[in-house]
Design a binder for this molecule. Structure first.
Ligand SMILES: *[C@@H]1O[C@H](CO)[C@@H](O)[C@H](O)[C@H]1NC(C)=O
Ligand SMILES: *[C@@H]1O[C@H](CO)[C@@H](O)[C@H](O)[C@H]1NC(C)=O
Ligand SMILES: *[C@@H]1O[C@H](CO)[C@@H](O)[C@H](O)[C@H]1NC(C)=O
Length: 499
C-alpha cells in the first residue's frame, strides 16, 4: 500500500484529542467571558473517552447499533417530491434555485458513499454533548430524538432553541411534504468530528482505518469510532469536511433578520445616499481568533508580507488581531477598524466601505452588512471557512469586494480600485443589498432547509424509524411543555425569534 495513502492511526488519535479539548466554540458575537464555556479536560487517552462517551446512554435507549442490513430494503421507501408540496409553490421556492447548488455539493460525498445507519448513530452520540441536537422527521412531524441537557449546553441552549423553533416552523409550513429523515443540527462554529478526508473514502462502505503497523486497531477505537460521512448540519465548514450540510445561521432568527436588516434597506439608502458616505473602510469587532484543524490547509492564512499568524500548533490564527493592529496601521487615513467603540449597524451607513473579518470561523456580521448600502469588503470566500450562501451568491466585484485570498494587503488594492471606480463601487453596494433582500429572506431560508431535508433523505442507506428512538419527543412539545419547566427555560422562551 502506498505510504501516502495509509491512514496514520496516530494522527486520528491526535485529531480526536485536539477536537476533544479544542476551544469551545460559541455564537460568533458573544462576549469573551461567555465564550470560554465549560472546557473539556485534556487527557492522555482521549480516544478512550471517545469510546466511553459515544457509548453513554443519554436517554437514548436504543443502545446497541443495529446493523444496516437489518434495515428494510431501500426499495420500500417512498420519496415524496418536493415540487408537489403546496407550500413549496406558495413560498416560491423555485426562485432560490441558485442557492440549492450548495446542497448538491454538500451531499456529493453522501451520495457517493451513502449515509449509513451506524455512522448516524455514532455521530448522534458523539455530538450530543458537543452542541449537536439530534432531529428526526417522521410522517411530517418533527422530533427531538434525545433529551437535551439545557444546563450543560450553557449559552448554546439559546442557539438550540432558535433552531428548534425553526424546525417547528418547517413542520408547520411543509408538514407531510417533509420526508422521513434523521440528522444532527449543530450550533458549533466549526465541525467537531473526524473528517471523512482522514479516513478511507474510496471504500464503498465506511471502513475503520488500518493501523500504521497493520495490526488490529485499539479496542477503544474499534468499539467507539464509526467513520462518516455523517448527517451533520451546521453554520460553517471548509472543504476539509465535505460531508457537513450547511444551514442558515441561527442569528438570522435571533436578530429578526427580515424585519431588522432587510426591511430598512430603502431607509438606509435615503438617510445616507452614496455620494454623502465617507470613503473610509469601517469596522468594529469583538476579540475572536480563528479556530482550525492543523491538517486543513484550506483554512491556513498568512499575515502581512507572508508573516505567520497562527499559534498553538496552527490550531489558532490571529486574523482579526493581525488585521486591526498591523494592517490598519499602514493606512489610518482610509481605515477605521477597531476592537473598541462598537456601533449599532445603522451607524455603519455613514461609510462607503465596510469590512467583514472572520471570527472563530465565519462571522454572521456579513449578512448584516450587506443590506446597509455600502460596499462590503470580505475575506475571500473561495478559500477557508464558508457559510451556506457564500459560494453560490457572493461574487467578487459583483456584490462584494474580496481580499485576503493569500495575504491581507490585498485590501489596499481593493480600496484603490473602489476609489478609482466610484460608480462601479456604488453598483456593487446596491447589488449586495439586492442579493440579501432576494435570497436571504425567511422564505428563502425555509425553502433551503426543505430542499436539504429532501436531498439528505435520499442519501440515507436506511429507513429512518421513530421506534428506534424511545426517548424522542415532538419538537412542539419540547417547546411548549418541557421548556417552561426546565431551569432557565422561561427566559429562553422569551427570547426574540423570527423565521
Ligand atoms: C453496524 O454495527 C453493527 C454492530 O456493531 C455491526 O454488526 C454491523 O456490521 C455494522 N454495519 C455496518 C454496515 O458496518
Ligand atoms: C480503501 O478501501 C478499499 C475497499 O475496502 C480498499 O480496497 C483500499 O485498499 C482501501 N484504501 C486504503 C488506502 O486503505
Ligand atoms: C503551520 O502551517 C504552515 C502551513 O502549512 C507550515 O508551514 C508551518 O510549519 C506550520 N507550523 C507549525 C508550528 O506546525
Amino acid at each position: 500500500m502506498p505510504r501516502g495513502l495509509t491512514f496514520p492511526l496516530l494522527a486520528l488519535v491526535a485529531l480526536i484529542c485536539v477536537r476533544a479539548h479544542a476551544v469551545i466554540d460559541t455564537g460568533p458575537e458573544l462576549p469573551e467571558s461567555a465564550r470560554r464555556g465549560p472546557v473539556e479536560r485534556p487527557h492522555a487517552s482521549a480516544a478512550h473517552r471517545n469510546a466511553r462517551e459515544s457509548g453513554r446512554d443519554d436517554g437514548d435507549h436504543g443502545d446497541e447499533i443495529v446493523a444496516d442490513v437489518q434495515q428494510p430494503e431501500e426499495g420500500d421507501r417512498i420519496f415524496p417530491s418536493y415540487e408537489e408540496s403546496e407550500s413549496y409553490k406558495e413560498l416560491k421556492c423555485g426562485k432560490y434555485d441558485v442557492t440549492y447548488e450548495q446542497i448538491e455539493r454538500d451531499l456529493a460525498i453522501h451520495r457517493e458513499l451513502g449515509t449509513h445507519y451506524n455512522s448516524t448513530r455514532y455521530i448522534i452520540k458523539w455530538l450530543h454533548r458537543r452542541n449537536g441536537m439530534p432531529i428526526g422527521f417522521f410522517g411530517g412531524r418533527a422530533y427531538l430524538l434525545m433529551k437535551p441537557d439545557w444546563k450543560s449546553l450553557a449559552h448554546h441552549s439559546k442557539l438550540h432553541i432558535a433552531y428548534l423553533r425553526m424546525i417547528a416552523h418547517l413542520e408547520r409550513t411543509f408538514g407531510a411534504a417533509i420526508p422521513d429523515v434523521v440528522l444532527v443540527v449543530s450550533s458549533s462554529d466549526t465541525p467537531r468530528y473526524v473528517s471523512p478526508r482522514l479516513v478511507n473514502v474510496s471504500s464503498p462502505e465506511p471502513q475503520l482505518p488500518p493501523t500504521r503497523d497493520g495490526g488490529p486497531a485499539p479496542k477503544a477505537l474499534v468499539t467507539g469510532f464509526v467513520p462518516g460521512p455523517y448527517p451533520v448540519a451546521g453554520i460553517c465548514k471548509s472543504d476539509f469536511w465535505p460531508d457537513l450540510l450547511l444551514i442558515p445561521n441561527f442569528h438570522f432568527h435571533m436578530k429578526l433578520y427580515d424585519g431588522a436588516s432587510l426591511a430598512p434597506i430603502p431607509a438606509f439608502r435615503e438617510k445616507h445616499p452614496w455620494a454623502t458616505r465617507e470613503p473610509v473602510l469601517f469596522g468594529r469587532f469583538s476579540h475572536y481568533h480563528l479556530v482550525r484543524e492543523p491538517a486543513d490547509e484550506s483554512t491556513y492564512k498568512l499575515g502581512l508580507g507572508g508573516e505567520e499568524i497562527c499559534r498553538n500548533e496552527n490550531t489558532t490564527c490571529m486574523g482579526r488581531e493581525h488585521f486591526i493592529t498591523k494592517v490598519v496601521k499602514q493606512d489610518r487615513e482610509r481605515m477605521d477598524v477597531k476592537f473598541a467603540g462598537m456601533q449599532p449597524m445603522v451607524g455603519h451607513t455613514r461609510f462607503k466601505y465596510l469590512v467583514n473579518l472572520n471570527g472563530q470561523s465565519i462571522s454572521s456580521r456579513l449578512e448584516q452588512l450587506l443590506p446597509l448600502g455600502s460596499v462590503v469588503f470580505t475575506e475571500s470566500t473561495s478559500v477557508g471557512y464558508y457559510a451556506y450562501y457564500y459560494r453560490t451568491l457572493l461574487k467578487h466585484r459583483v456584490n462584494v469586494l474580496e481580499f485576503w485570498r493569500r495575504v491581507p494587503e490585498e485590501v489596499f488594492e481593493e480600496l484603490d480600485w473602489a476609489q478609482e471606480h466610484d460608480q462601479e463601487a456604488a453598483a456593487i453596494a446596491a447589488e449586495g443589498g439586492r442579493t440579501a433582500a432576494t435570497y436571504l429572506t425567511g422564505n428563502a431560508r425555509a425553502c433551503y432547509w426543505f430542499r436539504l431535508l429532501h436531498g439528505l433523505s435520499r442519501t440515507l442507506r436506511f429507513r429512518p424509524r421513530l421506534d428506534k428512538w424511545p426517548g424522542a419527543r415532538l419538537v412542539q412539545e419540547v417547546l411548549n411543555e418541557d421548556l417552561p419547566l426546565a431551569p432557565g427555560g422561561p427566559d429562553l422562551i422569551q427570547s426574540q425569534w423570527a423565521p
